[in-house]
Design a protein around this ligand. Structure first.
Ligand SMILES: Cc1cc2nc3c(=O)[nH]c(=O)nc-3n(C[C@H](O)[C@H](O)[C@H](O)COP(=O)(O)OP(=O)(O)OC[C@H]3O[C@@H](n4cnc5c(N)ncnc54)[C@H](O)[C@@H]3O)c2cc1C
Length: 337
C-alpha cells in the first residue's frame, strides 16, 4: 500500500515526489509510474536542442512557491536539474509502464491502479501526464504517405537545408523557426492571426528579427485548407486566394497539446465543457485524486514553474486531508543550474 502514486514523470510528477519527500513522506511509500522509457520525455522530445528554457514561459510570473524552481536555463541544464532531483528523492520510478485503469474503493480512501505490468494500491493518486502525449492536429486530413514529412516536433527528424513550413503562432512556433533557421533551412511560418500576441517578448522579438533579415517568411492571416502528397513532399493549399499553393520538404505543426479526455473520463473524472473539473488545490471530483502540471493549467497551457507550483499547492491539501506529513511543505530552495 503506497501513500502516493504519481502518474507521469515530467516536471509536475517529479516536483510532486519532491514535495512529498520534503513534507516527510517516506520514499518507500511513493511510486512514480511513467509511460516512456525515461523521465521528462515531453521536454526531451519537444524542445529544440539549443532552446532557452524560459522561467516566464507564456507570460507566467517566474515565482516559485514550492521546493523546486527554475531560472532561464538551457535544455540540458533543465533536464540535468530534473535528473538530479529525481535521484536525490530516492523515490522509485517505474518506466515503460502504462496505467489503463484506476478504481476507487467505495468504503475506504484507497485506489487500485492497474497498469500493463502490475497492480498497486495507494491512498492518494496524482495525475501528472501533461497534454503533450497527443499533439493537437489540424482538422484537414494529412496523407499517411507524408508521415515522415509532416511532423509535430523538431527532434524526430533531422531537418537541415530544407524548405520548411512551420504552422502556429505561439512560443513553440517561434522557437521552431529559430532552431530551423540555425540548421540552414528556408523557413516559412503560417499563422492564422495577424499579431503574435501569444508569444513571450523574447520569442516575438526573435521571430520579428528573423523576418526582418528575411530568414523567415511570415504568412500572417493564413489558413491551410489542405495538404496533399506531391511526389513524397507535402503540397500545401491555403484558404486565402492571394496565397499561392506551395510544396515544402517538411511541414512542422506547433499547435500545442490536447487534454487526454478519454483517459481522464475512464478513471472517473468529470468534465466541465472541455476542461476537467477541479476543486481546491487541483483535487478532482474523485476525493484523493489530483491533476497537476499542464493538466491543471486550463486552455492557456502551463509552464515548468506552473507545474512545480501546482505540486506544492496539491501537497498542502494532501497533508491537510489525506497523509500524515511530518513537516509543512517547504518554500522554494533550489533552482535549475
Ligand atoms: C516546444 C515547447 C517549448 C516549451 N518551452 C517552455 C519553456 O521555455 N519554459 C517553460 O516553463 N515551459 C515550456 N514549455 C511548457 C512545459 O514543457 C510544460 O508546461 C511542462 O513540461 C508541463 O509539465 P508536466 O509534468 O505537466 O507534463 P509533461 O512535461 O508533458 O510530462 C508528462 C509526463 O507524463 C508521461 N505520461 C504521459 N501519459 C502517461 C500515461 N498515460 N501514463 C504514464 N505516464 C504518462 C509523459 O511521458 C511525460 O513524461 C514548452 C512546451 C513546448 C511543447
Amino acid at each position: 500500500m503506497y501513500d502516493m502514486i504519481i502518474i507521469g514523470a515530467g516536471p509536475a510528477g517529479i516536483s510532486m515526489a519532491t514535495e512529498a519527500r520534503s513534507a516527510g513522506i517516506d520514499a518507500a511509500k511513493i511510486l512514480i509510474l511513467e509511460r516512456a522509457a525515461e523521465h521528462s520525455f515531453s521536454i526531451k522530445k519537444y524542445y529544440p536542442d539549443n532552446k532557452l528554457v524560459t522561467a516566464n514561459y507564456k507570460g507566467f510570473e517566474a515565482v516559485c512557491t514550492g521546493v523546486m524552481c527554475l531560472v532561464d536555463s538551457s535544455k540540458h541544464e533543465t533536464i540535468s536539474y530534473l535528473d538530479r532531483t529525481i535521484e536525490a528523492n530516492g523515490v522509485a520510478a517505474r518506466y515503460n509502464e502504462t496505467v489503463y485503469r484506476i478504481d476507487k474503493d467505495a468504503s475506504a480512501q484507497r485506489f487500485t491502479i492497474m497498469t500493463d505490468r502490475g497492480r498497486y494500491d495507494t491512498v492518494v493518486v496524482v495525475i501528472a501526464i501533461g497534454i503533450l502525449g497527443k499533439p493537437k492536429k489540424p482538422e484537414y486530413r494529412i496523407p499517411a504517405s507524408l508521415k515522415d514529412r509532416v511532423v509535430f516536433d523538431v527532434t524526430t527528424a533531422d531537418i537541415a537545408g530544407a524548405d520548411v513550413l512551420v504552422v502556429g503562432g505561439g512560443d513553440s512556433a517561434s522557437e521552431y523557426c529559430q532552431y530551423l533557421v540555425q540548421k540552414g533551412n528556408r523557413v516559412t511560418l503560417s499563422y492564422r492571426r495577424g499579431e503574435f500576441s501569444r508569444m513571450n517578448d523574447i520569442n516575438r522579438q526573435s521571430l520579428l528579427a528573423l523576418e526582418e533579415r528575411a530568414q523567415v517568411a511570415v504568412m500572417r492571416g493564413s489558413n491551410i485548407a489542405a495538404v496533399s502528397d506531391a511526389g513524397g513532399r507535402p503540397a500545401v493549399a491555403f484558404g486565402e486566394a492571394q496565397a499561392e499553393p506551395r510544396t515544402f520538404d517538411y511541414v512542422v505543426y506547433a499547435l500545442g497539446g490536447t487534454t487526454p479526455r478519454n483517459f481522464l473520463k475512464t478513471i472517473g473524472i468529470e468534465f466541465n465543457g472541455e476542461e476537467p473539473e477541479m476543486g481546491e488545490a487541483y483535487e478532482t471530483n474523485v476525493p484523493g485524486m489530483f491533476l497537476i502540471g499542464d493538466l491543471s493549467a486550463g486552455t492557456k497551457g502551463g509552464s515548468i514553474i506552473w507545474a512545480f507550483n501546482s505540486a506544492n499547492t496539491a501537497m498542502r491539501r494532501i497533508c491537510r486531508q489525506y497523509l500524515p506529513c511530518s513537516t509543512a511543505p517547504a518554500p522554494a530552495q533550489d533552482a535549475a543550474r
